[in-house]
Design a protein around this ligand. Structure first.
Ligand SMILES: NC(=O)c1ccc[n+]([C@@H]2O[C@H](COP(=O)([O-])OP(=O)(O)OC[C@H]3O[C@@H](n4cnc5c(N)ncnc54)[C@H](OP(=O)(O)O)[C@@H]3O)[C@@H](O)[C@H]2O)c1
Length: 408
């Protein structure tokens, strides 16, 4: 759960007259760009400390210049020379590589957006948490791979953790004022993705461009494919388990094709608190950026009369086995979530490179879990151990790829 706003509010008051110092990890991605869009609209209220990217040097340099960042870091060391050249004469520091990424996360700031995709986000996000910087967390994979370790660091440092996933942001807002023991369960919603109504036979032939064509949300490629398989919802169940300290049997998923209701919180008195907003990530990002206040977001407003109906249905785990696997892993615990996440990252990349078919994403994850009883058996207790399990699971998933390879 979120800590009380008091310590963070004191911080805000301390800086009341000064712009808030912010860092965006994963600035060149979909969440990073949306975050900087909001910051750009309120430029006098923010001072950008550091921006980081993975490989997209040109966009990183543009953003760093536009937002007058102090530091720009590209994770790929081979991008250093071109980043330095692009920033020459601007006074913006350029750096590259993993250590530089950690240094960016460590730089004193009031707020950091953790929006690197995948397990690669774990160490930089933890670095920000250890500093006690208020952390807006979009990167769900770090909670999936290392949830217990991550939440222990949050508790130790006393940092404020602000969920950015729309469902978890919605849950946070719907739970305000509710004592944990009075929360019976929470139900997060899924749009169902582009293949919600497809048969298994149709999905067997689904191509990357079809899976990337999400009906409601505009997101980066990895999370868009995860939305098509429903693995995203499975990862979000594990994320919710850690964020809200709720057991698996109090966490549910409903398919809601309109993506207007993001979460329902069921309370002991029979009340259900639902959170609604149009499907635009700037709304949950703004909640984390302005918290504990609210800021204006220039996006659509929910018009229920125009929508006419909001519909809900149970997820079909026979057609979307990734959701079943993620739930099994959540219940099993140990190293299973780390293995699931690593195998899924390998599988999604292989699908995007047209090496395996769409249905093979979940099959490869399941085969990797079955092939890794040693890794699944016990929970890694240090970050180094998590990274070792992650790396071993990636190797095993890669070795199993040929079993699922597409002909030709
Ligand atoms: N997009 C959404 O609407 C949404 C919604 C909810 C949650 N999330 C979560 O937010 C996270 C980011 O999603 P996204 O959609 O913004 O992803 P994205 O568009 O693919 O952006 C990912 C960011 O991470 C950087 N990156 C990639 N690999 C890296 C590495 N090895 N080291 C350091 N940086 C690396 C990318 O840099 P380059 O592009 O420069 O390579 C980019 O800045 C994911 O965990 C996702 O599940 C996203």
């Amino acid at each position: 759960m979120l800590q009380s706003p008091s310590s963070f509010t004191r911080e805000l008051e301390r800086h009341a007259s000064a712009p808030r110092r912010i860092t965006v990890l994963g600035a060149t991605g979909s969440i990073g760009e949306n975050t900087l869009d909001l910051i750009g609209r309120n430029a006098s209220a923010y001072q950008v400390v550091a921006l980081t990217g993975g490989r997209n040097v040109a966009r990183l340099a543009e953003l760093a210049i536009l937002h007058r960042a102090e530091l720009a870091v590209v994770a790929d060391p081979s991008g250093y020379a071109s980043l330095k050249a692009a920033l020459a004469g601007t006074g913006i520091e350029a750096a590259a590589g993993e250590e530089a990424l950690l240094e960016a996360a460590r730089r004193p700031a009031d707020w950091v957006m953790a929006a690197i995709v995948g397990a690669a986000g774990l160490r930089p996000t933890l670095e920000a948490v250890r500093q006690g910087t208020a952390t807006a967390i979009a990167n769900k994979e770090c909670l999936v791979t290392a949830g217990a370790i991550f939440m222990a660091e949050v508790a130790r440092s006393g940092t404020t953790l602000l969920p950015v996933d729309s469902e978890h942001s919605a849950a946070t807002q719907a739970m305000v004022g509710a004592k944990p023991e009075r929360i019976e369960r929470i139900c997060i919603t899924a749009s169902g993705g582009p293949f919600r109504a497809w048969t298994l036979a149709q999905m067997a032939d689904a191509r990357p461009e079809q899976a990337l064509n999400h009906p409601n949300w505009s997101m980066g490629p990895k999370v868009t494919i995860d939305s098509a398989t429903l693995m995203n919802k499975g990862l979000e169940l594990i994320e919710a388990h850690h964020l809200f300290a709720l057991p698996p049997d109090k966490l549910d998923v409903l398919v809601h094709p309109q993506s207007i209701v993001h979460c329902l919180v069921y309370l002991a008195d029979g009340s259900v608190i639902a959170h609604m907003s149009c499907p635009d990530m700037r709304t949950p990002i703004a909640y984390s950026l302005a918290w504990p206040e609210r800021m204006h977001v220039p996006n659509g407003r929910v018009d229920l009369a125009k929508l006419g109906a909001l519909t809900f249905e149970a997820p079909d785990v026979a057609r979307f086995p990734a959701l079943r696997l993620a739930r099994q892993v959540l219940e099993a615990g140990g190293g299973a979530p780390t293995v699931l996440n690593a195998a899924n990252e390998v599988a999604v990349e292989a699908f995007l490179r047209r090496r395996i078919g769409f249905l093979s994403i979940a099959s490869l994850v399941e085969a990797t879990l079955a092939a890794c009883p040693d890794l699944v058996a016990s929970a890694p207790t240090t970050v180094e151990a998590v990274l070792a399990v992650d790396s071993a699971a990636r190797n095993r998933a890669s070795a199993l790829l040929s079993r699922f390879a597409l002909a030709g």
